[in-house]
Design a binder for this molecule. Sequence first.
Ligand code: MLT
Length: 264
Amino acid sequence: MKIKVRGFEMAYDDTGGNGIPLLLIHGFPLDRTYWATQVKALVDVARVIAPDLRGFGESTMSGDAVSIDTYADDLRALLDGLGIKHAVVAGLSMGGYIAFAFYRKNPERVRGLILANTKAGADSSEGKKGRDDNAMLAREKGVAAVAEKMFPKMLTPKTATEQPDLAANINAMMTRQSVAGVVGALGAMRDRPDSTPTLAEISVPTLVITGSEDNLIPPKESELMRDGIRGARLVVIPGAAHLSNIERAVEFNQEVREFLKSMK
Ligand code: MLT
């Protein structure tokens, strides 16, 4: 499905139904197909909405300068367009950075938060330089060069070897994103604010999920979020790296399902 919001066309999946609205925000450099397993598995407990962020997947790009707040405002416009007042907002990695921004701007729209394989802190100066290097790489050599660099951190080596089709699917997803979308997101992540002060402000049920083998954003970051958010629950899925919802979909979906049910 497609909807015109804030000057661009946003592609999204919406399962419809009367379940609790669940907004799934993808990470970098991915698109909404990343959540395919969740969309299918959770349809009986939630109205699952999975958009492509601007410049990713089938969503068009608008403007060059994108911030984390830009994405958050796009998503609010999507919920407005769909007539959804309250949603459980779930973000993985960059999606988590956006979920924090969404909460800061629209706390009254958030029924619960799911923060997967993400962190509250901002980029270090070394991290910011890495963003600029990757943006240059994307411009000069294409998105495939960035994907090649990042891919080894996405799945455990065991999964990458044992499930070549899954690995190929993720690699293809990372590679097919547009240069404009990727460069925009790199700038947005580089300049994102520190969300650590936000942790104490969160007053909705929160589930923090990560993978024991996530080396891109180590589990320690999830512990910090759990400790900072009142009543948050942390689940560390064994044998999952950065893309825990794909690598250990059954466990991930089970946790999300329980979390959604606890909110009814
Ligand atoms: C992501 O998976 O969304 C990004 O790799 C996160 C990051 O680079 O900070």
